[in-house]
Ligand binder design. Structure first.
Ligand code: NAD
Ligand code: G6P
Ligand code: MN
Ligand code: MN
Length: 432
């Protein structure tokens, strides 16, 4: 039997993960699932752990769910470790979003100054997790969902040397699903190829005879936010831009291609009282009120209000593809190995890959046009500065990452935002 360990087990997303494992039990025979959390999250852990066990008890499968605050006890002999923790919980995210907005800059979970600070808080914890894994489960796969997912995955693979790591995001799945809907097709009727970075990728879509359907789909990108997760407001794109690229954007591109409109929208929400983080605190509270109900033994519909919907389809399918050597297409964050020639071979990229027992083999995209090459090189350099700053606690490097980030206005204002965030998150930033 397989032993799964989920770090950040108290997350409201855990029922989604259980549903994904239950659906796949026949091909992925799990013996036990360990949900790991810390003191701060212990109340959530207890509630969600009991719901998780009820979900398994409602099936004919004998799977035991353990909850613990002792990470090392859980990691012993694990086969797969999934990470979905948030250092500082949603209160830290509130600061990531509000502080930049107060200075008229974008405040968002994975983009701009907030995303950089989420990396600063997460990287020291990830370092300890990998050190524990080296000792307690040296052959385990690490399936990372913790944001900023691409940056964290690059740190694990390149800096901590844990090669058996795959980074995940639900955005590619949301895009593929909504395109099937737009074209009235079934999954087996379309082919997709993605390339780029986490929350910064483009893709093309084909039919099974190889006909390029990208232009046809571009005509629909402004309709009801095709490909857009629940957490993103989508300003309309000028589609001439996308027709020229002949590429479909990801929802997060709106922050970069439509920066002014997106910022205006976020500032308006901020002035009216609620950033996304604050809204999610309310959603989380009502979700846990439901989870507490001992009559509930399945994932409630309300969880779809969170932006991470369908994430279990990525996580559980990826684990099953490794375990069963499936050799299927998935879009994951993995070592570039030349798939995107204008980025270093050891950079982590988010690309179409074949998932097998050997992990992810990225599919080569080939030469990029200047419009994509330029963006990716800037964004990857910004990610590299962020990681270096997180590892060293070097103030100048943090400022350099800020200066390079297109969503942070350069100048003294950037430094003020940096200083405020350093103080606000001091408790979670031992390296600075
Ligand atoms: P959350 O605030 O509920 O945090 C999840 C749990 O992590 C909490 O119970 C918390 O106590 C715990 N935690 C904090 N520090 C920990 C530590 N050092 N060790 C173990 N557990 C710790 O977060 P959430 O809203 O459920 O999101 C969870 C994570 O998943 C976040 O990092 C979020 O960004 C990420 N996420 C990723 C995607 C994606 O596409 N990759 C989508 C949605 C969410
Ligand atoms: C999205 C993304 C995540 C993101 C999350 C936020 O779809 O892929 O990486 O951070 O959902 O969702 P939330 O509901 O917490 O705002
Ligand atoms: Mn994501
Ligand atoms: Mn900048």
């Amino acid at each position: 039997g397989i032993k799964i360990v989920t770090i950040g087990g108290g997350s409201s997303y855990t029922p989604e993960l259980m549903e994904g494992f239950i659906k796949r039990y026949e091909e992925l025979p799990i013996r036990e699932i360990w949900l790991v959390d810390i003191e701060e999250g212990s109340k959530k852990l207890k509630i969600v752990g009991e719901l998780a066990q009820r979900m398994w008890n409602a099936t004919s499968y004998k799977v035991k769910v353990y909850t613990t605050l002792n990470r090392r006890e859980a990691l012993k002999d694990a086969d797969f470790v999934t990470t979905q923790f948030r250092v500082g919980l949603l209160d830290a995210r509130v600061k990531d979003e509000r502080i930049p907005l107060r200075h008229g800059m974008l405040g968002q979970e994975t983009n701009g100054a907030g995303g950089i600070f989420k990396a600063f808080r997460t990287i020291p914890v990830m370092k300890e997790i990998v050190a524990d894994m080296r000792e307690l489960c040296p052959d385990a796969w690490l399936i990372n969902f913790t944001n900023p997912s691409g940056i964290i995955t690059e740190t694990v693979i390149k800096h901590f040397g844990w090669k058996k790591c795959i980074g995940l995001c639900n955005i590619p799945i949301i895009s593929m699903m909504s395109e099937l809907e737009v074209l009235h097709k079934k999954a087996e009727e379309l082919d997709f190829q993605f390339f780029g970075l986490n929350h910064f990728h483009w893709h093309k879509t084909f039919d099974k005879r190889g006909n390029d359907l990208t232009h046809e789909l571009i005509e629909h990108i402004n309709e009801k936010g095709v490909g857009t997760p629940a957490n993103i407001y989508r300003a309309d794109f000028p589609i001439e831009l996308h027709h020229t690229m002949n590429l479909l954007p990801c929802a997060y591109h709106s922050y970069y291609y439509m920066q002014k409109e997106m910022l205006e929208h976020c500032l308006q929400e901020f002035r009216e009282g609620g950033t996304r983080a604050e809204q999610m605190k309310e959603v989380e509270e009502s979700l846990f009120a439901l989870y507490k109900n001992t009559d509930l033994s399945k994932k409630p519909e309300e969880l779809s209000k969170r932006g991470g919907a369908y994430y279990s389809d990525a996580a559980c399918e990826c684990i099953s593809a490794i375990y069963n050597d499936k050799k299927i297409h998935m879009v994951v964050s993995t070592e570039n190995k030349g798939a995107i020639p204008c980025l270093a071979t050891d950079s982590v990229v988010e690309v179409s890959s074949i998932i097998s027992a050997r992990g992810a083999q990225p599919l080569a995209w080939g030469k990029l046009r200047s419009g994509q090459k330029g963006w990716l090189q800037i964004m990857k350099a910004m990610e590299e500065c962020t990681i270096e700053a997180a590892l060293t606690g070097n103030y100048g490097l943090a400022l350099e990452a800020f200066t390079m980030n297109p969503l942070i206005e350069s100048g003294w204002g950037a430094r003020e935002v940096l200083d405020e965030l350093l103080i606000a998150h001091e408790k979670y930033l031992p390296q600075f």
